[in-house]
Design a protein around this ligand. Structure first.
Ligand code: SF4
Ligand code: SF4
Length: 363
């Protein structure tokens, strides 16, 4: 296993980390805990969980597994979403108790949506409470996770509050987030990427993404992971693990790891444009919208519909779990056409917006 320094935290984390949001049968705590032990035996030392993952069972699963491992052999992270200072404290204490540790190595202010959300978290006292907990030793390092566009997230990181950041980054959405990765690197802030396989959509669409194999000579999963880790600011790719095969595949991808060279990266970037034919790249050029519709988030959710082969549940999950916005916002569209004129992919945005509420209502 490859280990990388995680920003200025002084820790070395495994280049593949274990995301605890996809256990196959979370009700079977012992089988799920055994999966964590298997990953640990393969060299994975960074384990990520959160309250509410897997029907709120994930932290208990990790607690069961981690109690059986030497404390200095793993690093664990959990999170707290939108909360007041008091609520964050209660959430943290519950996580400590469930995970069976005295200190959370990496504690995330979870899911920052936009600059206004960041501002309201600060004003609500959550950041202050987290920093106090860090002084008490209940938290090792304070980090944030976010789905914000790269430049806006970079401004949050510039405030020097966070030691690390967890963000969605993969061979498909990197233009949208790359600015944040690069700024984090400049500030010495550790970067862990989530969703490196785009929620499984990359391996599920081998034809569309065959260019990954052609250019790199790697299979799809190793190619997608190596793409992330080829960026020098990225320390680890967080992979949602459901089976031993997931672990084996991710660990194998790190054997004799070498980053892609600049020619390969340029080719990947060029080919991504073709793979995105008919898809939103998340570039954000369609904004602003006079009706205040977050068009890139809606078009990203429509991507899910295309890439999943029309599965309404996939779109609904994207709205509910990832973006946390209501598809009904699409009804605000006044069909002014401004976004379509600016869209770099020439997408039929108005038509797709009209479709999306139905695609989720009947999921
Ligand atoms: S067409 Fe609709 S979504 Fe696009 S900019 Fe106008 S109001 Fe916004
Ligand atoms: S809708 Fe078009 S312009 Fe807007 S983010 Fe997607 S690809 Fe870019």
């Amino acid at each position: 296993m490859l280990y990388c320094p995680f920003g200025k935290t002084g820790t070395q984390i495994s280049a593949v980390s274990f995301g605890g949001m996809r256990f196959a049968d979370p009700a079977d705590i012992n089988a799920s805990a055994a999966l964590i032990h298997y990953a640990h035996s393969k060299g994975i030392n960074y384990f990520d969980t959160a309250p509410a993952y897997c029907g709120d069972r994930s932290e208990d699963i990790f607690g069961t597994a981690l109690r059986g491992l030497p404390r200095n052999s793993f690093l664990v992270s959990t999170k707290c979403g939108r909360a007041s200072g008091d609520e964050l404290r209660r959430s943290l204490e519950r996580s400590l108790q469930r995970l069976g540790v005295d200190s959370i190595d990496f504690f995330y202010i979870w899911h920052l949506m936009n600059p206004a959300d960041w501002d309201s978290r600060r004003r609500g006292g959550a950041v202050e409470a987290a920093l106090r907990a860090r002084e008490e030793g209940l938290i090792g390092h304070l980090l944030c996770s976010s789905h914000m566009e790269g430049t806006a997230l970079g401004q949050v990181l510039a405030e020097d509050v966070f030691a690390g950041v967890l963000l969605g980054y993969n061979v498909l959405n990197f233009p949208y987030r790359r600015a944040a990765v690069e700024l984090a690197g400049q500030y010495g802030i550790g970067v862990v990427t989530m969703n490196p396989l785009r929620g499984g959509l990359i391996p599920q669409n081998p034809q569309r993404f065959r260019f990954l194999k052609t250019i790199t000579g790697d299979d799809l999963v190793p190619a997608a992971l190596r793409f992330n880790l080829s960026h020098p600011a990225i320390s680890s790719a967080l992979v949602g693990i459901a089976t031993r095969q997931d672990i084996d595949m991710a660990v194998a991808a790190m054997e004799e790891f070498s980053p892609y060279n600049s020619a390969q990266l340029q080719q990947l970037q060029d080919n991504t444009r073709e793979a995105f034919s008919g898809l939103c790249t998340g570039c954000g050029y369609c904004l602003p919208c006079p009706a205040d519709i977050p068009v890139p988030k809606f078009m990203d959710s429509y991507n899910q519909l295309i890439l999943s082969g029309g599965k309404h549940q996939a779109v609904q999950d994207r709205f509910n779990m990832h973006w946390r916005i209501s598809p009904e916002l699409a009804h605000r569209c006044i069909a002014c056409g401004a976004c379509e004129q600016r869209c770099t992919q020439h997408l039929p945005i108005i038509e797709r917006l009209a479709e999306l509420p139905d695609k989720t209502a009947s999921a």
